[in-house]
Write a protein that binds this ligand. Structure first.
Ligand code: FE2
Length: 205
């Protein structure tokens, strides 16, 4: 597999298609009233689960394979990669909030609808903006700045990752990353743990 435009286009199109589906269901939920609420809440939950699953795969593939590879082979993109990682966290937090609101709406039939619309539209904007940023930076960098052998190498790793991920087996990243890439991955994990501890500490005071 080549990590070329086609692979990223397909992945981006799939996420965007699911974002559009979700947007349509939110509109139904907004305008169709109480009579269709049960049906629309179920549809929103289903669409949300699909989108969450697809985005989770996207996030893990980037954070475990693509970002560490680029941080070593094209280090000048470090800042944008850091931003994209924090974007992933932001999207995850907003998705959790929206899920909670959808659960409240389905269980208690309370008027959470306005909040759901607000959270839903915000999440959709975040996702669209995130994908656009990746297209303009990461995808272009892979296409224009990696050497042919590097493109081939990242393509092989992506394919292997997707195959193992589909099989449901656990991934051992030692087989995917060189020493330097492992350092990038583990540095990031340690930072995240430290950030999380700091946040917990801040929340507790
Ligand atoms: Fe991403």
């Amino acid at each position: 597999m080549r990590a070329d435009k086609t692979f990223f286009d397909q992945e981006e199109n799939e996420i965007l298609r699911q974002v559009e589906d979700f947007h349509k269901i939110l509109t139904h939920l907004k305008y169709e009233g109480k009579v269709s609420r049960g049906k629309n809440v179920k549809a929103a939950n289903r669409a949300m689960s699909r989108l969450v699953g697809t985005f989770k795969k996207h996030r893990r593939l980037q954070e475990e394979i693509i970002f560490p590879f680029l941080q070593v082979h094209i280090p000048k993109h470090e800042a944008v990669i850091r931003f994209l990682r924090s974007d992933h966290e932001d999207i995850k937090k907003n998705k959790d909030r929206l899920r909670l609101s959808l659960q409240k709406l389905s269980k208690q039939s309370v008027t959470e609808n306005g909040k759901i619309q607000e959270l839903g539209v915000y999440l959709i904007c975040l996702l669209r903006h995130h994908l656009e940023l990746e297209k303009e930076n990461i995808h272009k960098a892979i296409k224009r700045e990696l050497r042919e052998d590097e493109k081939k190498e990242i393509g092989v790793r992506i394919k292997k990752w997707l195959t193992i991920n589909r099989s449901g087996k656990s991934l051992d990243l030692r087989f995917f990353q060189t020493h330097n890439e492992k350092e990038c991955f583990h540095d990031r994990r340690s930072n995240r743990t430290a950030e999380s501890k700091e946040t917990q500490h801040e929340n507790s005071i």
